[in-house]
Design a protein around this ligand. Structure first.
Ligand code: ZN
Length: 302
């Protein structure tokens, strides 16, 4: 079985307004869906991505206002690395600086955090000019999607082993990380597994909840489910997330993985031009809309 790479990554934060302000107005992603956590409808589920909401560009958040601050650590995604076009580093240095975001430099990449401490980076990739889109940021510098993620595993060897069985190939190892790459896609195709485990993570605001990998359709997802079970992993039944179908499992290094279908995508219930404008609910929660709208804090797109 081979995944085309990362589908989306989901993190926990506290404040939905800070979340929108940062991801839309500083990073220039588009809010492609405003919905609720299907398992806890009193909490928003905010999806950000490129203009089309393509798989591989999606960061999602559960802004839980009462959440306690978490602690990033082992058994989690450590950092999300966004891809930006080659040559745009000077722009990003200046842009983050102007928005009072503190940056660190690691090799050629810029490391920084979102307002709640979710660890991020921007890193350059080659990307065809004609395939780029502008947001509030010019298209020659705009984020193209998720380049990859850094994983902090309880058992780096086992995590690398599972990833290779999912279609990733080890490309290099340096003092800090082992880099794995998928052959297929240009965004979402990199995973760096830290060579050494750190301290155990404490789930909460400012930490990553899970990472999802792509599958083409429901038929292939069923094969994934069976295949992962043969590897000794405990995989959930298929869950309908309205914009994709999902199965979840903890890989042997303790990190929550998901396999998510590319279709139907975010235009399933909104026109492309309208994405993110209205609160969308799954059909079974629609009767409770008045109560849900009352529970959710007001948020504004600026
Ligand atoms: Zn997910």
């Amino acid at each position: 079985m081979k995944t085309a790479g990362i589908h989306h990554i989901t993190a926990i934060v506290k404040d939905p307004q800070h979340n929108i302000d940062f991801y839309e107005n500083v990073l220039g992603l588009r809010l492609v869906k405003k919905t609720v956590n299907f398992d806890d409808p009193g909490v928003y589920h905010l999806y950000f991505g490129d203009y089309f909401g393509n798989p591989g560009t999606i960061m999602t958040f559960f802004p839980i206002t009462q959440a306690v601050k978490g602690k990033a650590g082992t058994g989690q995604v450590d950092r999300i690395v966004f891809a930006v076009p080659n040559g745009s580093m000077p722009f990003w240095k200046d842009h983050l600086h102007k928005n009072n975001v503190e940056i660190d430099i690691y090799k050629e990449d810029l490391l920084f955090e979102d307002p709640e401490g979710v660890k991020l980076a921007v890193s350059e990739i080659d990307y065809p000019t004609e395939d780029r889109h502008a947001s509030i940021l010019p298209k020659q510098h705009n984020i193209l999607g998720i380049k990859g993620a850094v994983l902090d595993s309880r058992s780096p060897g086992s995590t690398i082993d599972v990833l290779t069985k999912m279609g990733y190939q080890v490309q290099m190892k340096n003092d800090d990380v082992t880099l794995l790459v998928t052959e297929s896609s240009s965004v979402g195709s990199f995973i760096w597994v830290k060579n050494e485990s750190g301290k155990p993570a404490k789930s909460g605001a400012g930490t990553v909840h899970h990472i999802a990998f792509r599958t083409k359709n429901e038929a292939e997802q069923e094969k994934w489910q069976q295949y992962l079970i043969t590897l000794g992993l405990r995989v959930t039944p298929v869950m309908d997330r309205d914009y994709f179908k999902s199965v979840y499992f903890h890989e042997f290094g303790g990190i929550l993985f998901e396999i998510a279908t590319d279709p139907p995508g975010f235009t399933a219930d909104e026109a492309l031009e309208e994405l993110g404008n209205r609160l969308k609910l799954p059909a079974w929660l629609e009767p409770k809309r008045p109560m849900i709208e009352k529970l959710l804090p007001d948020i504004t797109r600026r």
